[in-house]
Design a protein around this ligand. Structure first.
Ligand code: TRP
Length: 470
């Protein structure tokens, strides 16, 4: 039988849950990753597909994840174990929780390195390093920075320590205050930046790049990147939202909170895109510039703005905080598991997982300088580092796999009564739509994409075609 309350605590209100979940969702994924992926993947068509994935796969999957968490009331591994048994199935489903832990471990390892960039930029802005810089100037500063492994390591260490600190103390206490202030402040600053972008000569061009789809650019690698990004940005597929759901009161409406979280998250990503691309085009920067995009464009813009140093410091402070409220949600599932099953104290669990994640992060630190190479992924050849490999494995393969299995479990293995009761939607149309989406659409879509990724789909298509050919 499912527990009534999680042993790790409970959110004090629905509002706190929304803030915490928004804090988890809104992070580097929105402001750093979304713009550079949109840039690398040709803009409009990618953005449209990404929005489509959020609505059709992401929202129902988030409802499913929150629902499973609240019903199981434990770490993802134990939640899946309990729920599988509750619905008369084998406890094997707990492996979904293990996969999530591994995905989270990988994601946090590089997430922390990039968040470290934000901390470094925060200090640089504070000393006025960017004011009046040219395009070449900001590019040179960025290149010099990422070619300095010791610096990257230092800031990665600082960020990882910050993450461990919060998780050691329990997610709730630090989070409430941080997020209440952070999310509104981030919105306001993004709107200021959009205002700046509106006054550039290339505002319309930027909007067109983002929103005018050119479907000839829709290659397979764009499809898989858009799906992965939809899950990454909503924190889905590895149990982070499941754990947060396990602290949620039974009275809260899952569907309303899901829309609030997904809406806020999407808005932040789109605002970041609108702020960045006009600046990219006005200054002749390369939209396919990769992970450095937001750092280069924003510092350039701040450098030209009145009170730019102040705004730059504020921007990177908020970006760091946004990354912080996300990273703690990645660490939390592992920590709850170690506390429940291995009898660790919360502080010890956070310390140990943090140290291992920190170690893996060194791979990413080195991947921007000494460890670069080139290979082709999903038909696209480009220069990669170990960072890209970790990102592809975790975000583009493991998260979709996790979301697919969550959909299958919630749609096929959990009884209709159980999910209807937990979602509290009665016999409504909405419930039927949700169930249809998680039963059929989510697993099929992801399955096809993963098959194609493995190259299996192409051979099956060919084999079938051959059967009918004369
Ligand atoms: N969603 C966060 C962002 O956009 C990152 C994140 C937090 C995450 N928790 C996660 C990504 C769980 C995948 C899975 O920055």
């Amino acid at each position: 039988m499912a527990h009534k309350e999680s042993i790790h605590g409970r959110w004090s209100s629905r509002w706190v849950f929304i803030l915490a979940a928004v804090g988890s969702a809104v992070g580097l994924g929105n402001i750093w990753k979304f713009p550079y992926l949109a840039g690398e993947n040709g803009g409009g068509a990618f953005v449209l597909l990404y929005l489509f994935c959020i609505m059709v796969i992401g929202v129902p999957a988030m409802m499913a994840e929150i629902m499973l968490g609240r019903r199981g009331r434990q770490s993802p591994i134990n939640t899946m174990h309990t729920l599988a048994i509750e619905s008369g199935h084998r406890p094997m489903w707990q492996w979904l929780g293990f996969m999530g832990m591994v995905a989270g471990f990988i994601i946090l390892s590089y997430y922390s390195v990039i968040a470290g960039w934000s901390i470094a930029y925060l200090f640089q802005s504070g000393t006025g390093k960017f004011s009046g810089q040219t395009v070449d100037g900001v590019n040179a500063i960025f290149d010099k920075f990422i070619n300095d492994p010791e610096k990257l390591l230092l800031y990665h260490t600082v960020f990882m320590a910050m993450t461990m600190f919060v998780v050691m103390r329990g997610v709730k206490s630090g989070l409430e205050t941080a997020v209440k202030f952070l999310v509104p402040a981030l919105f306001i600053l993004l709107i200021v930046l959009v205002g700046y972008a509106m006054n550039t000569s290339k505002f319309v061009e930027g909007l067109e790049f983002l929103f005018k789809p050119d479907f000839s650019k829709l290659t397979f690698s764009v499809v898989i990147t858009a799906i992965g990004q939809a899950f990454f940005t909503l924190s889905l597929g590895m149990g982070a939202i499941m754990v947060y759901g396990s602290y949620l009161s039974k009275k809260t409406s899952i569907i309303k909170t899901t829309f609030a979280i997904a809406g806020a998250d999407t808005l932040v990503a789109i605002l970041a895109g609108i702020a960045i691309f006009p600046i990219v085009f006005e200054n002749g920067l390369d939209p396919t510039g990769g992970p450095g995009l937001v750092f280069v464009t924003m510092t350039l813009a701040f450098g030209k703005m009145p009170a730019g140093d102040f705004f730059a410091t504020l921007f990177f402070t908020l970006l760091t905080l946004a990354a912080w409220t996300s990273s703690i949600s990645i660490l939390e599932p592992v920590v709850t598991y170690l506390v429940e099953n291995k009898g660790f104290k919360r502080a010890t669990a956070a310390l140990i997982t943090g140290v291992f994640t920190w170690l893996l992060g060194i791979v990413t630190v080195l991947s921007f300088n000494v460890w670069k190479f080139s290979f082709s992924f999903a038909g696209d050849r480009k220069d990669y580092g170990m960072f890209d490999i970790l990102d592809i494995i975790a975000a583009n393969i493991m998260l979709p796999l996790g979301v697919m299995l969550i959909g299958i479990f919630a749609g096929w293995f959990m009884s209709r009564e159980a999910s209807r009761d937990e979602l509290d939607l009665g016999d409504s149309r909405i419930y039927e739509v949700w169930r249809f989406l998680v039963r059929y659409v989510t697993p099929t879509a992801i399955f096809l994409v993963l098959l194609k990724l493995l190259g299996v789909l192409d051979s099956i298509t060919k084999a079938v075609m051959n059967m009918f050919a004369f």
